[in-house]
Ligand binder design. Structure first.
Ligand code: AMP
Ligand code: GLY
Length: 420
């Protein structure tokens, strides 16, 4: 099979790493890719959201399957475009991608189909939003409706903080038109867990549960980031709870979307809060998480390429196989200043030395240049490791981190500690 992976982060390097293990792979392209995918595949200089250019490239190069990493092209309708051109593309069509593309759509959908989530109100003017803040009472959560690169959510501890967030999003339009409407919702308490499923033809298979670390600093302090590390599986989610999530969240969503005439295919990733009243949905994503992918794929025993190919073709296998008893952890090394302003172009050393039979360095913001490998993004690399227990997997990931150097490198020291 000739395969094109769309995207250029750690998630896409992990997807490329897993796909290259498949005997069915003939040729792999990654657009735009990074310094890590360059070693496994041919990087193609096309931006992940340039749907026209991606479609033309896939036609010209007789790509059999395109796998889309990030949400923006999915929400823009890349799958519909490829299908109209007679090509296979793994991911949801535009109508189904609204589960991530519009938080208002997702919340109203969940309400209609009785899928557990926080109580909320949709507000299209500031006055109504501020009234809703007072009706719920702090703490409350303010969410911009549309895509905001993971930054459109404010957990406000006071009425003043909530009002300020409403002004930023709706009046100053910090996230552009994504802030035309906001959701004001109840603040849930509990542990956050990510559940990934691959869905097709009304069926779903679950990945092990995982936990991301969204805040920049140890102890969940500092600003929200794209994710500073992850581990899987989550020991405090038992088989019974997983079944509840499967039935009342994943399958209920697939059934509801089908009834809405928007059958879902691709990765359905539910961000959950484990509340005393059971798991509730914080958000839906319609693609693999980053950095969750960097811990989920080392646990997968089945052939990822066949799984994605069958799923895109509408015939999902009944079961997927994972390595029994294996745990994985990933630690993100970021550039100083991330998630704010950061430098680029710093030379990176030691990524080769850190790879071994139980450790792999997934590149995110890296680029191969004449001077060697240099930094090219906020999240630079994610070092993943796996072992028979989580403690050892975490320790191995940090051993890998210790071998890598670049100016201003910063990482969290407490990835996975909550699970130990
Ligand atoms: P989201 O992009 O919707 O996942 O939100 C980003 C982060 O905001 C989540 O990972 C949670 O930490 C937090 N969050 C979102 N909604 C809620 C809520 N209703 N209650 C508490 N925290 C929330
Ligand atoms: N790790 C969070 C996300 O991919 O949305």
């Amino acid at each position: 099979m000739i395969v094109l992976i769309v995207g250029g982060g750690g998630r896409e390097h992990a997807l490329a790493w897993a796909v290259t293990k498949s005997p069915s792979l003939e040729r792999l392209y990654v657009a735009p890719g990074n310094g890590g995918t360059a070693a496994l595949a041919e990087n193609v200089p096309i931006a992940a959201d340039d749907v026209d250019a991606l479609c033309a490239f896939a036609e010209k190069n007789r790509v059999d399957l395109t796998v889309v990493g990030p949400e923006a092209p999915l929400v823009a309708g890349i799958v519909d475009r490829f299908e109209e051109a007679g090509m296979q593309c793994f991911g949801p069509r535009r109508g189904a991608a609204r589960l991530e593309g519009s938080k208002v759509f997702a919340k109203e959908f969940m309400k209609k189909y009785g899928i557990p989530t926080a109580d909320f109100a949709v507000c299209d003017e500031t006055k109504a939003a501020k009234q809703q803040v007072r009706a719920l009472g702090p703490p409350v959560v303010i969410k911009a409706d549309g895509l905001a690169a993971g930054k459109g959510v404010v957990v406000a501890r006071t009425t003043e903080e909530a009002d300020a967030a409403i002004e930023e999003i709706m009046v100053r339009r910090k996230f552009g038109d994504s802030g035309r409407r906001v959701i004001v919702e109840e603040c849930l308490q509990g542990e956050e867990v990510s559940v990934h499923s691959i869905c097709s033809g009304g069926r779903a298979v679950l990945f092990p549960t995982s936990q991301d670390h969204k805040r920049a600093f140890d102890g969940d302090e500092g600003p929200n980031t794209g994710g500073m590390g992850a581990y899987a599986p989550v020991p405090f989610v038992d088989a019974e709870t997983r079944q509840v999530v499967f039935d009342s969240i994943i399958m209920a969503t697939l059934d509801g979307m089908e009834r809405e005439g928007n059958a879902f295919s691709g990765v359905l990733y539910a961000g959950l809060m484990m509340t005393p009243a059971g798991p509730k949905v914080l958000e839906f994503n319609v693609r693999f998480g980053d950095p969750e992918t960097q811990v989920l794929l080392p646990l997968l025993k089945s052939d990822l390429l066949l799984l994605l190919h069958r799923s895109a073709g509408g015939s999902l296998p009944q079961e997927i196989e994972f390595y029994t008893g294996r745990c994985a952890a990933t630690v993100v090394m970021a550039a100083n200043g991330y998630p704010g302003q950061y430098d680029r172009g710093g030379v990176i050393k030691g990524t080769g030395a850190s790879n071994s039979e139980d450790t792999v360095v997934f590149h995110a913001g890296t680029e191969q240049t004449a001077e060697g490998l240099v930094t090219a993004g906020g999240r630079v690399v994610a070092v993943s490791a796996w072992a028979g227990d989580l403690k050892r997997a975490i320790a191995r990931a940090y051993e890998g981190v210790a071998m890598i150097t670049f100016d201003g490198a910063r990482w969290r020291e407490d990835i996975g500690h909550k699970a130990l």
